[in-house]
Design a protein around this ligand. Structure first.
Ligand code: SF4
Length: 381
């Protein structure tokens, strides 16, 4: 059933927490759930989850902020929040099509930490840490710091590369999550990028507004608004994640003039229904966030249990287009495996296209013909 209310789940599993502590992002980070013992204190785990927690230690760390943990159903292993952050034994199984670097980022780094795949924009990986870790993370080969590969960003070499590469007009800061930096450290980074004349704008990819809305302080927003044009791409997958605290944090960012889009990942058993996607996009718009991309889950190792069919993604877009506002509809994309970049995938609305014009079907299945441009001269008197 549709639910577009914004609820607070505080204090949830932390009834003794002081409100000032709860609202402090440092307290939230210090009290993250990172162990099997911590999970079992509150949740009834399945064997698959217990084994997953024990075996995931050198793949991708487990870490869940109290804020996000409060959204987890203690008894339901199919809970859409639980499936995103609690490891399962299936993560240890690797499908032959899966890769450790499914977007081919490592082979497009002119400087360690700086991915330059498209001519006019770069991806700047500035940290390997996040507030919580998503089990399907595309960058799990480096994110969280427990696997063998390490992120070793060469800061000065990256800035020098950007300064001498005038075709770069757009820098996407990601990682990991740069909003984990202190205000001062983040400002040093933004200031340095802002000083490069050919960089027109900066984007930050962050799941902090969802995992840790307490980090979106007025002081952070006051600092960010000095570096416009600034875009933030958030990452919410299920309507339940949009709590009243998240809505308020996003409101502060919007009030600071930051343009926000949402990138969600289509995940089996999490958000693979038209109903959940519709609630998600409607709540995002109410938070002044434009649904931007719906990603087919990348072929990251150990993610088969979280991936859906492509048809499922197409059916979801079909279930949105025409049935809600155009602003609410994200672009469904597949990141071309191995480094092909984002490729849009859409339902097929073209029935026939030839020299006589195009025949289309609309969202109700009705057909319409749009004629080709006439090649005969127009008689203008
Ligand atoms: S927040 Fe982003 S970078 Fe961090 S674990 Fe999740 S998907 Fe990966």
């Amino acid at each position: 059933m549709s639910d577009i209310t914004f609820q607070s789940h505080t204090p949830g599993y932390w009834p003794d927490a002081d409100q000032d502590d709860w609202d402090n992002h440092v307290w939230q980070l210090k009290n993250r759930v990172t162990s099997l013992e911590g999970l079992e204190k509150h949740l009834n785990l399945t064997e698959e989850e217990r084994a997953g927690v024990l075996l995931s230690g050198n793949k991708l760390a487990m870490s869940i902020t109290p804020h996000f943990f409060n959204l987890i159903d203690p008894d339901d292993p199919t809970c859409p929040v639980r499936r995103q952050v609690i490891p399962r034994i299936e993560e240890t199984l690797t499908d032959p099509a899966e890769m450790s670097d499914p977007c081919g980022e490592d082979s497009h780094m002119p400087v360690p930490g700086l991915v330059h795949r498209y001519p006019d924009r770069v991806l700047f990986l500035v940290t390997d840490r996040c507030a919580s870790y998503c089990r399907y993370c595309t960058r799990s080969r480096v994110v969280s710091g427990v696997s063998e590969q390490k992120l070793e960003t060469q800061w000065e070499a990256a800035f020098e590369y950007l300064e001498k590469t005038p075709e770069v007009r757009d820098v996407l800061i990601s990682g990991g999550d740069a909003l984990l930096f202190s205000d001062a450290r983040l400002e040093r980074l933004l200031k340095r990028l802002h000083a490069i004349p050919h960089i027109q704008f900066v984007r930050i990819g962050s799941r902090i507004p969802i995992f840790l809305p307490q980090r979106i302080t007025p002081a952070l927003c006051d600092m960010l608004k000095k570096y416009h044009p600034l875009f933030i791409s958030i990452h919410a997958n299920h309507p339940k994640e949009l709590t009243s605290e998240v809505r308020d944090g996003l409101g502060r960012l919007a009030d600071a003039g930051i343009v926000m889009g949402n990138q969600s990942v289509l995940l089996n058993g999490v958000n693979d229904s038209v109903e959940d996607q519709k609630d998600l996009v409607h709540k995002l718009l109410m938070c002044r966030v434009r649904p931007y991309y719906l990603y087919q889950c990348d072929l990251i190792e150990g993610s088969a249990h979280l991936r859906t069919s492509i048809q499922k993604g197409i059916d979801i877009i079909e279930g949105l287009r025409g049935h809600t506002s155009g602003y609410a509809i994200p672009q469904y994309v597949i990141d071309g495996p191995g480094g092909g970049g984002k490729i849009p995938v859409n339902p097929d609305y073209v029935v026939k296209h030839d020299d006589g014009g195009i025949t289309l079907r609309n969202y109700e299945g009705k057909k319409f013909h749009y004629p080709a441009v006439s090649t005969s001269p127009i008689d203008v008197k």
